[in-house]
Design a protein around this ligand. Sequence first.
Ligand SMILES: Cc1cc2nc3c(=O)[nH]c(=O)nc-3n(C[C@H](O)[C@H](O)[C@H](O)COP(=O)(O)O)c2cc1C
Length: 280
Amino acid sequence: MKPNSIRDMQQALVERFGEDFEIPLSDEAADRLSCLAGHRVHRDFLDRAVDPELLRVLCACAMSAPSKSDLQQRDIVIIQDPDLRRRIGALMPQYPWVLTAPAMVIFCLNGRRLPQIAEWRGKPFPNDHCDLLFNAVGDAAIALAWFQASVDMAGLGGCPVSEIRNHAELISEWLELPEKVAPYAGFCLGWPSENGHITPRLPLSVNVHTDRFADGHARQDIEAYDCRREALQPARRQRDPDVWGNAEAYGWSEDKARQYAVPLRTAFGAYLRRQKFDLT
Ligand SMILES: Cc1cc2nc3c(=O)[nH]c(=O)nc-3n(C[C@H](O)[C@H](O)[C@H](O)COP(=O)(O)O)c2cc1C
């Protein structure tokens, strides 16, 4: 255990939220939580392999995550074949680390197993509707988050890759995903080559509510967050300046508004229907 875990955690949370937190925990408990509070994405890796046994342990930790009704509607595909990795990497040249990261896995949502076991057990399955998809997405997302936490805690680093959903048809074909199984996100990992940095998040005043949802002050709080974030980590470049010009102040909300000002993944619903997910 590090000697000043509470102080370290306070420091991480100040960087993250711009707010001082009291931490009513023992140093030992703060030490365990500090990895979550100090999480940072990693996209640069040392030229050092990830032991396949370690990767299996990380998958086991991810699959130890809670699962809705213990339904376990998520799967992980380990990408081991160098040619398959090359093909996946070639789909997203804007992310060169997808090609070069020492290891890659893909998290999938699985709406197949439940109807399958219903059939095996001679039972009806009157639940082939949107909730099946919703539960499976939740399970896949939780497992991915557990995987990220496990990677961080083990001293490795990594980055999820939802970009694979822009190529869902091809990825499904290459991974031979059957009906009712779809990719949620990839995850590239390795031994980080640098410390990375804490990404500031929206203050809890925006997204943590008590008793009732209240976002009346969201705009002013988000504008303050924009200023804090821009001062700490100014954007390396502005998005689509040819369309939106060069903004004098370019905070998180301007960046996200620009990002979502163009249609993204509009064919994904049709893909899910082709994978035989019923969205009704
Ligand atoms: C489901 C999911 C999908 C993501 N997909 C991508 C991606 O395709 N490309 C990428 O560079 N980062 C991706 N990320 C990483 C986020 O950009 C990153 O978490 C975010 O910038 C915040 O940084 P932090 O994780 O260090 O707090 C993804 C993260 C999540 C949770």
